[in-house]
Design a protein around this ligand. Structure first.
Ligand SMILES: [Fe+2]
Length: 256
């Protein structure tokens, strides 16, 4: 296999997508995000060398290896869904990057917590599409750089339920719909949309809640500056037992 891959063979984006079992839009997204370097033909078309494809696959958190197994469809559909964020234009890229980081953290965290293989995949895929319900929220609210009004915030809070609705409409994604619907619930019952408490919240949702809060705190957005990793950890510790599951916070600090 190695010998074959060392040869300078070039793929079109469509061939590269087929090779990696990804959608064409996912490959284009990687090219756009500079994760996949290409040569351009005189006609301006992208060509990807096989060695470049392999290098990108080898980078942690970069292009996933070919997906196989009983949950392959779920993962492929979720990756395709994440690309709908591109509809938001340039800000959509930060949604994509955030979704992938939340998915990665949720994967590592659920492994560290000893979840079953099945639940690890659910946490990873639900992490990828946790905010997919944003697509049902008014763009002006979603992309607003100033603070939201109370009314706008109430509309924004609909996104977990909107995400659940969308995922429930796809047979292969029904299993993760309730995880997505619960990612803003809080251990003390003060979260939304249901106000679920403690262990009534699915473990994967408790994991994603921490992954998403941490990544949001350390990331820069048009409406906020990032805070340091140490400050973000302090914040998670401060909210243990109220917003976040204590055991999950503890495990998260260990895997950082
Ligand atoms: Fe969210």
């Amino acid at each position: 296999m190695k010998k074959d891959l060392d040869t300078e063979v070039y793929f079109t984006p469509r061939e590269a997508a087929k090779h990696l079992n990804l959608s064409l839009s996912a490959i284009k997204n990687y090219i756009y995000a500079n994760k996949l370097k290409t040569l351009k033909t005189p006609g301006g078309h992208h060509r990807i060398s096989k060695s470049e494809l392999l290098a990108a696959m080898g980078e942690e958190g970069s292009i996933p290896v070919k997906i196989e197994g009983p949950f392959a469809l779920m993962e492929i559909y979720c990756m395709a869904l994440v690309n709908v964020f591109k509809l938001l234009g340039l800000p959509g890229n930060s949604f994509i990057i955030h979704s992938k980081r939340v998915s990665e953290i949720s994967y590592k965290l659920s492994k560290a917590l000893g979840l079953t293989d099945e639940d690890i995949i659910y946490a990873k895929t639900a992490g990828l599409v946790h905010d997919i319900g944003h697509m049902a929220i008014d763009r002006r609210i979603l992309l607003k750089s100033e603070s939201l009004t109370a009314q706008e915030y109430e509309l924004m809070k609909l996104h977990p339920s909107k995400g659940e609705e969308l995922l429930n409409s796809i047979k292969e994604l029904k299993e993760i719909a309730d995880i997505v619907s619960q990612h803003h619930e809080r251990i003390d019952g003060a979260g939304y949309p249901m106000g679920l408490k403690g262990k009534d919240i699915k473990k994967a949702a408790r994991i994603i809640s921490i992954a998403e809060a941490y990544d949001s705190m350390v990331s820069e957005y048009s409406y906020k500056k990032p805070i340091s990793k140490d400050m973000a950890i302090d914040e998670l510790i401060k909210c243990r037992g109220s917003q976040f599951d204590e055991d999950v916070v503890e495990s998260f600090i260990k895997i950082l």
